[in-house]
Design a binder for this molecule. Structure first.
Ligand code: SF4
Ligand code: SF4
Ligand code: FES
Length: 259
């Protein structure tokens, strides 16, 4: 946010705030100076407000709490709802957001419990990654040598799936992902596909598919396809849901005939 007095403007930022997990939400408005073309993003706006916590009514308030880490749309921690769309604060430029509306609104994601202001608790998502054993099961303190070879086609598929940053955008947009159920959502289903396609990771394929066949697994998906539209990493989530769905069906038949 460089100070270019000749072209500096003030941008109105409306933020939905909540003092604690049980507090009622409230809105506060802030005016933030920035110049057109200066590359100011929403994380910089929140930094400015943290340094100048005064509302447009001249009331001193507390700095807005928010998460951020990588500042380059890789960690997913700064995910929030900006102008009604779920996305990352660090990659959203003020100039572009003002093309959508004259003022900018920022809210926390609605599918996770609010910790404070824009910071939410995504523990459910991380527990669901544990539930499907989202890892390659190797451990040891010595060199294991080269792993199995992998085809370029599989590498290509897995590379695209590996870009998931657990941001939660797909869950925010999913009508099936709610507080009163245990649906794992598109990101976790896609990671089942990712690890089951890994030569060594596939040693846990059966356990992962068993999880996918339980309540909250892949059959809970309503095929609304909202998830794939909002994924900032363009992960082919509907392909993943279809592939894991077919794999669970094969697994179910195998169980019938093996018994
Ligand atoms: S396809 Fe629809 S119901 Fe299934 S995970 Fe995506 S948004 Fe949710
Ligand atoms: S699948 Fe996409 S939207 Fe969902 S958590 Fe991963 S990166 Fe975010
Ligand atoms: S800070 Fe990591 S994605 Fe925005």
């Amino acid at each position: 946010m460089t100070a270019d007095n000749a072209s500096q403007r003030t941008v109105r930022i409306n933020i939905k705030r909540q003092a604690s997990p049980d507090a009622s939400p409230r809105w506060e408005a802030f005016d933030v100076p920035c110049s057109p073309g200066d590359g100011t993003n929403i994380t910089s706006v929140l930094e400015y407000i943290a340094a100048h916590p005064r509302t447009v009514d001249g009331v001193d308030t507390t700095p807005v709490t928010y998460d951020a880490a990588c500042l380059e749309e890789v960690c997913g921690s700064c995910t929030m709802v900006i102008n009604g769309h779920v996305r990352q604060g660090c990659s959203q430029l003020v100039d572009r957001l003002l093309e959508e509306a004259p003022e900018i609104t920022i809210e926390p994601m609605s599918k996770f419990p609010v910790v404070r202001d824009l910071a939410v608790n995504r523990e459910r998502l991380f527990k669901d990654f544990q539930r499907i054993q989202g890892w390659v099961p190797i451990d040891g303190s010595y060199a294991l040598g080269p792993g199995p070879k992998e085809s370029p086609e599989n590498q290509d598929v897995r590379y695209r799936l590996s870009r998931c940053m657990a941001c939660g955008c797909c869950l925010e947009a999913c009508p099936q992902y709610t507080f009163d159920n245990d649906f794992v959502g598109a990101a976790v289903i896609s990671q089942v596909r990712y690890f089951n396609r890994h030569e060594t990771g596939s040693r846990l394929e059966d356990e992962r598919l068993e999880e996918m066949m339980k309540p909250g697994g892949v059959n809970h998906c309503g095929q609304a396809q909202n998830c794939v539209k909002v994924c900032p990493k363009e992960i082919p989530l509907t392909e993943s849901i279809a592939e894991v769905g077919r794999a669970t069906t094969r697994n179910a038949f195998r169980r019938i005939f093996i018994k």
